[in-house]
Design a binder for this molecule. Structure first.
Ligand code: DC
Length: 231
């Protein structure tokens, strides 16, 4: 598939500031922002709704044909995730959805379906595309690839702050750190498109940086002479 649109791939584990940076970068460049994690989460929501165990590969695979997942650009410059035609909104952010999603994201049938959907979106819309396997698997031909990293302690603290901001306090820093480590291990060790930096990705450690600093770092890379993004 040849890309008619500019694509910037942003990968990395949770808590590295990936989503915030990707969204801001898209705004700055006037490109669409595509959150691929939200698509996996929509599938997680569906499995919970229909009572399918996310670890059960065959049951999850069997429910894929009857599940429609789509992204629809909205008026605010963001994209809504549609599950079977209905906007999932913030429901996909619930902790139980995150856990179910992390489990079903290892199944090859799920990944093949999602990668196909996401490649199609990338070719049609282009944009800043955020996930785990964008630079390695979804759009290896992306114009720019970034892999964000941060220390485990910083990531746990950021995740906790997110949870509190969403009114879901209650979890301790230790619990959050353990949950992150668990999700990370599943992402990194799965056989099909594991989380890993593409060989040509620019790796950025965000542990000691503000969002603005990371954003400037990415923009500098994109605007470097020899870069191929016209903007
Ligand atoms: O980035 P996030 O927390 O919204 O991602 C939700 C889950 O989906 C997470 O467990 C990893 C998985 N995921 C994936 O496997 N591949 C992607 N491209 C994006 C997300």
């Amino acid at each position: 598939v040849s890309l008619r649109r500019q694509v910037i791939a942003i990968d990395g584990p949770a808590g590295t500031g990936k989503s915030t940076v990707a969204r801001r970068l898209a705004q700055r460049l006037g490109l669409p922002y595509l959150d691929t994690g939200a698509m996996y989460r929509a599938l997680g929501l569906k499995m919970l709704a229909i009572g399918v165990d996310p670890d059960d590969r065959r049951a999850v695979a069997a429910s894929l044909p009857a599940t429609r997942i789509a992204l629809r650009p909205n008026a605010g410059g963001q994209v809504d995730v549609l599950l079977d035609g209905v906007d999932v909104g913030e429901r996909i952010r619930a902790p139980e959805v995150a856990l179910a999603t992390s489990k079903l994201a290892v199944h090859p049938e799920v990944r093949e379906r999602m990668v196909a959907l996401q490649r199609d979106l990338a070719a049609r819309l282009g944009g800043v595309i955020e996930g785990r396997d964008i630079g390695t698997r979804v759009v290896p031909e992306a114009n720019f690839k970034f892999f964000l990293e941060a220390s485990a302690a910083v990531r746990a603290r950021r995740r906790l702050a997110d949870l509190r901001a969403a009114g879901r306090d209650g979890a301790s820093e230790e619990e959050v750190a353990a949950e992150l480590a668990d999700r990370d291990a599943r992402d990194r060790t799965r056989a099909h498109s594991p989380l890993e930096p593409a060989p040509d990705a620019v790796r950025v450690d965000t542990s000691d940086s503000t969002v603005d600093e990371v954003l400037e770092r990415l923009l500098a890379e994109i605007r470097r002479p020899g870069g191929n993004l016209q903007s």
